[in-house]
Structures are given as C-alpha cells and as structure tokens.
Design a protein around this ligand. Structure first.
Ligand code: HEC
Length: 100
C-alpha cells in the first residue's frame, strides 16, 4: 500500500517535472471534461470555435476570471478547489484550441 502511494507520488512528480508549466490538457481531462465535452448545462464545448467566439470577445482575462471564480452555471474551478489558478488558466487555453 505504502509502495503504491510512493509510486503514485513519484510518477506525479515526474509529470510535473516534464511539464514545465501547468498541464492544461490534464487539468481539462480531470476537472472540466465532464461538462465541456458534452455541453452539459450549456457549457461551451472544447475546441468548437463558434461556441467560444462570443465568449472570447469578453477578453481572456474575463474568461480566466470566470473559470477561477465561477460564472452562472460554471462552478469556480470546475468545482475542484484544489486546483491552482495557473492550472485552471492552462485548462482554459487548452479548451480554446480549435480541435478541427
Ligand atoms: C459542472 C459543469 C462544469 C464543469 C465541471 C466546468 N464547467 Fe466551465 N462552464 C460550465 C457552464 C454550464 C458554462 C456556461 C456558463 C454560462 O455561460 O452560463 C461554463 C463556462 C465556462 C467558461 C466561459 C466563461 C465565460 O465567461 O463565458 C470557461 C472559460 C470555462 N467554463 C472554463 C472551465 C474550466 C477551465 C473548467 C475546469 C477547470 C470548467 N470550466 C469546468 C460548466 C462547467
């Protein structure tokens, strides 16, 4: 059991070391995907440029702020208060990258 925990810790440390900055994709996959892949509750879908266009007009700072602090049906940090602000910002950047 102890060994498993140590292994997990080590592998997450290794991941942190290789990703020089916060890993937006990993954060998205763990904290944002449930809503932003399906559009649950009206969430804009990752990579769908037309769904993000209007929101981007508010400016990235506003989008970061809304992701970190919440906005209407969007829970603060996707409900994962353990995430750092930088991790949430990286996830926003990842979400805005066009997938097609
Ligand atoms: C429980 C579902 C849910 C989760 C989990 C979630 N979101 Fe959202 N998100 C929403 C919904 C719904 C909206 C649309 C809110 C609206 O416009 O009323 C939204 C909107 C947004 C917006 C646009 C805000 C704006 O000003 O237009 C951003 C950016 C965003 N989410 C980022 C994230 C990030 C980053 C994560 C993960 C850390 C995340 N969301 C996790 C439901 C979720």
């Amino acid at each position: 059991m102890k060994l498993t925990v140590a292994t997990l810790l080590l592998s997450s440390l290794a991941m942190t070391a290789t990703a020089a900055q916060a890993d937006g994709e990993a954060t998205y996959n763990s904290a944002c995907m449930a809503c932003h892949m399906t559009g649950a509750a009206g969430a804009p879908i990752r990579g769908k440029a037309d769904q993000w266009e209007e929101r981007q007009e508010k400016g990235m700072d506003t989008l970061y702020d809304h992701a970190i602090n919440g906005f209407q049906a969007m829970p603060a940090k996707g409900g994962q208060s353990g995430l750092s602000d930088d991790e949430v910002k990286a996830a926003v950047d990842y979400m805005l990258e066009p997938t097609l």
